[in-house]
Design a binder for this molecule. Sequence first.
Ligand code: N01
Length: 534
Amino acid sequence: MSHEKQTQEFDVVIVGAGLAGLYQLLKLRQLGLTAVIIEKADQVGGTWHWNRYPGARCDIPSLEYSYQFDESLQQEWNWSEKYSAQPEILEYINHVADRFELRDGIKFNEEVIKAEFDEVNSSWKIKTSASNYESRFVIFATGCLSVPNKPDFEGLENFEGQLLQTSTWPQEEQSFSGKRVAIIGTGSSAIQSIPLIAEQADQLYVFQRTPNYSIPSNNGPMDKEREKEVKERYSEFRKDNWQNGFGIAAISDESLISETDINEVHQQLEENWESAGLGFFGGYADIPLDANSNDVAANFVRNKISEIVDDPDTAKILTPDYHIGGKRLCVDTGYFETFNRENVHLINLKENPITQISSLSLDADKTYEIDTLILATGFDAMTGALTGIDIIGRDGAKLKDQWENGAKSYLGLGIANFPNLFTVTGPGSPSVLSNMLPSIEQHVNWITDCIEWMNANDKKVIESSKTAEDNWMVLVNEIADMTIFTDTKSWYNGSNIEDKAKAFLPFIGVPVYTEMLEQVVAEDYKGFIFDRVN
Ligand code: N01
């Protein structure tokens, strides 16, 4: 009997059963195509499945961070809080999977290892940990923040206590009661989890390399009046939000700090601090653009930190010195306040890096005896999930090699040399500098329409032209150079991963992007090549 795995054939293979993959499956089915999702996890949810750490929640209001493709879904689903927590978001994603009968189209516990374009048959041959597939198209819905960054700390493998990583948190409840806990990293994941872990732990040691700006979420139960008001004009509300640079409701002010009386600015910043959350960054249109105006907003938050944190030395270590928003802004519930607790200790890794991890201790400025070690060290963002798979295109081109000096993509949707391959919210699209969910829907709709158009126009193979791709990435960088984003080390530009190319990847500006995307379609997918003849 042959042990050769039988190849399963579909029109489209989708990688990932998160918010993007599920919607993509639904859309392709509606088009009458056969499609399958390959999912590494044992369930749906993507980022909302993996990131189960205490305090994990979305920092974009749930009325905005939700699907808009189905009017009855958006009317019937009720969120319990302004910013819903991870379990509720996961419940919502499960509800969508059931409501639209998507589960039978998902292969769980299967990891895509290799995808190779067969130029003779113009099809993709996909090898997973369990099977083989062949499809005309492959769509990577693999997320922007899905590959954990696990730094190579000396001796980490010798640690014998409870070892956790925020981005691969176990499904079982974790207890910190009576424990000495160390957490490395102070990005969004740490900032959300530290206040809750501090309430349980005997001692909590926070190992910080770079401080972060964080704005209070002022989260609370859903305001029923607000919910009713939004639901009465939901599509208009979504459209309005899409008109501003980041596609998020609170970020819409067009006035400039540089042209406003400074007392008035401070009053407005105070209001934004109290209520805007992430929208603090867009409270004035020049905060993302002008270093001096940015400094006014940054100083406002720096002062808040020194007011909240009792110990001046601790406050100083917690105070960032770079542009606010240069690293992804964080939104918290009681983060800075947590450092006033007697059981919470901040260690500045800039002065005293971690030198050694042993069976139940960690060495930095001194030896810390610990029971639990939590890595909140982020992700190989935007490209990691794609370069982690052996993706081979035309003439044996390997995506990992092609992106060695920086990822390039046309519109964040297509990659030269990789025909009939699409990425949802890929590098070069607004993605992480937008509300991810509408950006996901925008891409899924675009990809589906493109496939429909190809079928209607008898086109078999699409790929982005090298010139279009190069020009697009020049534009991405030209726009970024007009902002404060490029001066700060962040995962937006690959600086958080040691040997990763330092290239700024998100497209800044949802409305401009949307207009250009529509223009490409209006000009019969300008910049893409169909049925290339070698
Ligand atoms: O990861 P991060 P995250 N030694 O990269 C530190 C989204 N998100 O998981 O800044 C010591 O922000 C690193 O230090 P430094 C959101 O977009 C959204 O927290 O590189 N420290 C940093 O402090 C967010 O931006 C929500 O110097 C090391 C931390 O680890 C993104 O996910 C919630 C280190 C990593 O911070 C990533 O957030 C949570 C080392 N070797 C996350 N390596 C929502 O609310 C890294 N660090 C939707």
